[in-house]
Ligand binder design. Structure first.
Ligand code: SMO
Length: 788
């Protein structure tokens, strides 16, 4: 419904839930995903991939494949070495050398699924048949697929030309004197926590359609990407083209989740083929390729410690971890937020975090929804429960006692992250109330008649959304900025076209952007049309990741809408013979505020500006505004989840009976979209917490469950019931007070469910220290066995 407050006498559009602009085309099957792009004379690419985790490529002979009817073009490693630069990284690991990684493996492949040869043919079927005719000789090399084993001195080294170990880089950060605090502490809890390797698994796999017009020197690349302007930059660099010669278009994107950040080998290959052939070339990733050739996510081993006094007050916290980046540093590789918010919502002055970014012979790890935050939340929240048990304190009270308070904020954590505003304890108390924590404590641990034990567990968190300034990024070597950008252009039908480089990947930015423009400008939500993801029409922006879109874009949308509105009012005032200050925009008209019968249709105002006919003498023609906005800092979302489980102590079988999430995403632009984003994140969070895990066989180095049959993604029917509650504390560092909401759901499920299971089984001494939480893992813990 409409909000009570109004903007200049009009009902606000921000804060309401109009029907999504995206729905009509998506529900009718009219979306335009990369595979829907089918230019005339298009050819199809297939890719031969290394079947070994680590192998020297000693011989490539493509002559038999080239002779197959329908085969048009083949690229070998030597072609790629001659015609391209190595792939670039958008967000390097500070201190890491550049790894020589080309679109096709050069000499040595470092992971199963790495592209080795690509073939273009009249159909995908013919191209795949041609792959069978390739004569490629591999000499398997010793491999390492375990992140800790990869750091051992005897481990095979993946990139010996630039590194003499598999430690890509070690980064540390912190403040105070944590070791002194540990020495004087009454209690120390510590543990090793293992986070599973998972993958984002967007419904739309990767894909690219490349078309080269040699006369025009124009490469048009349709791609499924979160960052079309960065794709354009990376492709130009890699293909040695001028940026002006590349146009990237991301129309509908069927899920990004961090995986679709930056250029991947297949993008470069399709372009090279298209340039050589002067015909469009298309590649659509199949699911088997996706499991091995795209990116995986997470996978880290954390040694965490908390020191506390006898009242439970935290004195120090440390997080030393090895994170597995796979065989190559992909564009957004190592999830840096495992360090930035390692202390979560707790007031820690003395703290230390150290990240060891480690290469293994596995599929590269990329960004994934949450970007390091689910990992550390599992570790520090499991330790908070251990600390409560050691001190015989109520885990809710222990959390409340240590949380950064509303009065502390803004507050700087040991890594320099400045938490902006909020009331963390209120979310914790609301969650405890909603799951009847007091009643649970009073009932004790009596089993239910069926023998099952009931437990409740909490996970409190902060989530960094958006990020700091371009100046900060430059110090860390990132090649993108912190701003968002938009162009607004009035049209003669009386509407406003908005052009943005933020691609539309399920986060409903077309809807939310139109709401902000309508709200600020004063016109109707229906009158605003958002055109997304085309570098030819949108101003140079940053892109859709880090839950940052609205944080940054709202400022650009507001500034552009204000500029456009001011000119609209000046022209309308002249047409109405009134003063500009007395004119307001309301729906489809501009009118005199004091006398709404004196009105002019916006279409007439816009037409005057566009044609230059009927303009005030001093006014330039045109009605268009481009604005850029860089937020001053990140905004920290926060909340607490509470899970209730019932566990069978004989078998480890368990059920998540309730899951409450109390969350603050700051000012809500569209309540329905926010709820959808939070629920979507929770679905991926539950998958990673309860069932998803990419497993490698240590002997063969092969991915053993790389298919939808073997990798257990939850369906809607598998998900626990979720109850959502919100608080709405505006952030002081963002336009309108918004915080990001896209990634929050991935953070607390693992910790909350594990804490609930351990609460239920407290009398059995079960301590879960790894994800995913499976009946088998619980049964093993109950039986005192190491988990399989
Ligand atoms: S993991 Mo997100 O797209 O920053």
């Amino acid at each position: 419904g409409a909000r009570a407050d109004e903007a200049g006498g009009r009902p606000r559009v921000i804060g309401t839930s109009p029907l999504r602009k995206e729905d009509d085309r998506l529900l009718r099957g009219d979306g335009r995903f990369t595979d829907d792009v089918e230019p005339a004379r298009v050819l199809y690419m297939a890719v031969a991939r290394c079947p070994y985790p680590h192998a020297r490529i000693t011989h490539v002979d493509a002559s038999a494949a080239a002779a197959l009817a329908g085969v048009e073009h083949i690229l070998t490693p030597a072609d790629v070495r001659r015609d391209t630069e190595a792939l670039t990284v958008l967000r390097p690991v500070p201190g890491a050398p550049t790894l020589p990684y080309y679109a096709l493996a050069q000499d040595v492949a470092t992971h199963e699924g790495q592209p080795v040869v690509s073939v273009v043919a009249s159909s995908r079927h013919v191209a795949e048949d041609a792959l069978e005719l390739l004569d490629i000789t591999y000499e398997p090399l010793p491999h390492v697929v375990d992140v800790l084993a990869a750091l051992e001195p005897d481990a095979p080294v993946l990139h010996p030309s630039v590194l003499d170990s598999n430690l890509l880089a070690a980064n540390s950060d912190g403040s105070g004197d944590p070791e002194a605090r540990f020495a004087e502490a009454d209690v120390v809890v510590e543990g090793r926590f293992r986070i599973n390797r998972v993958t984002a698994l967007p419904m739309e796999t990767r894909g690219v359609v490349a078309e080269w017009r040699p006369g025009a020197r124009e490469l048009t690349v349709h791609c499924s990407s979160q960052v079309p302007h960065l794709i354009r930059k990376q492709l130009a660099e890699t293909l040695r083209l001028d940026e002006s010669e590349v146009r990237a278009v991301a129309s509908d994107v069927g899920g990004g989740f961090g995986q679709k950040l930056g250029v991947f080998p297949e993008d470069v290959l399709a372009c090279l083929h298209a340039i050589a052939l002067r015909r469009p070339v298309k590649w659509s990733e199949d699911r088997a390729e996706h499991f091995r050739g795209s990116t995986h996510a997470r996978e880290s081993v954390h040694d965490y410690r908390i020191a506390a006094d006898s009242t439970g007050r935290i004195l120090a916290m440390t997080n030393v971890y090895a994170t597995d980046i796979g065989g190559w540093n992909s564009p957004f590789g190592s999830a840096q937020l495992s360090s930035v918010v390692f202390n979560g919502p707790y007031k820690v002055d003395d703290g230390y975090t150290e990240r060891r970014v480690t290469l293994t012979n596995k599929t590269p790890v990329g960004a994934y929804r949450g970007y390091g935050q689910p990992e550390v939340n599992f570790a520090y929240e499991r330790l908070m429960d251990r600390l409560a048990r050691r001190l015989d304190l109520d885990p809710v009270e222990l959390r409340a006692r240590n949380m950064v308070t509303a009065a502390d904020l803004p507050w700087r954590n040991p890594t320099g992250a400045v938490y902006d505003s909020g009331d963390y304890e209120r979310c914790l108390r609301m969650a405890a109330e909603a799951v009847d924590w007091a009643g649970h404590r009073a009932r004790g641990r009596t089993p239910r008649p069926d023998g099952r034990l009931v437990g409740i567990g909490f996970a409190s968190f902060v989530e960094r959304t958006g990020y700091a300034s371009a100046r900060f990024l430059a110090r860390r070597g990132s090649v993108f900025g912190a701003h968002e950008s938009v162009t607004l252009r009035a049209n003669r039908s009386g509407g406003i076209d908005a052009y943005t480089g933020v691609s539309t990947m399920g986060q409903s930015s077309e809807t939310a952007f139109a709401q902000v423009v309508a709200d600020v400008f004063g016109t109707g939500y229906e009158a605003v049309r958002v055109h997304a993801g085309d570098t030819a029409s949108s101003p140079l922006n940053t892109g859709a990741f880090a839950s940052r879109t609205m944080i940054a874009a709202a400022g650009a949308l507001r500034a552009a809408a204000e500029e456009l509105a001011a000119k609209t009012r000046r022209i309308a005032a002249w047409q109405l013979d009134a003063a500009a200050d007395d004119v307001e925009i309301a729906g489809s008209v501009a009118r005199v505020r004091a006398d709404s019968t004196r009105a002019v249709p916006l279409a007439r105002v816009y037409t005057a500006a566009i044609t230059g006919q009927g303009l005030p003498p001093e006014e330039e023609p045109g009605l268009e505004a481009t604005a850029h906005f860089e937020p001053s800092d990140a905004a920290y979302s926060f909340g607490t989840a509470a899970a209730q489980v019932a566990v069978d102590p004989e078998t480890g079988e368990f059920e998540v009976e309730r899951f409450v999430l109390v969350h603050d995403g700051g000012t809500v632009v569209n309540p329905t979209i926010v709820e959808g984003q939070v629920r979507g994140g929770l679905a991926q969070g539950f998958g990673a917490a309860l069932s998803e895990e990419l497993r490698y066989d240590a002997d063969t180095g092969q991915l053993v469950n790389g298919s939808m049959v073997d990798y257990f993604v939850p369906t809607a029917a598998d998900l626990p019931p979720v109850e959502l509650l919100h608080t709405e504390v505006p952030s002081p560092v963002t336009p309108f007070g918004v915080r990001g909401v896209g990634e929050v759901g991935t953070i607390p499920p693992g910790a909350a469910v594990a804490n609930a299971v351990c609460d239920a089984l407290a009398d059995h001494g079960v301590e879960l220290t790894a994800l995913p939480i499976t009946p088998e893992a619980i049964w093993s813990a109950l039986a005192g066995r190491p988990a399989a």
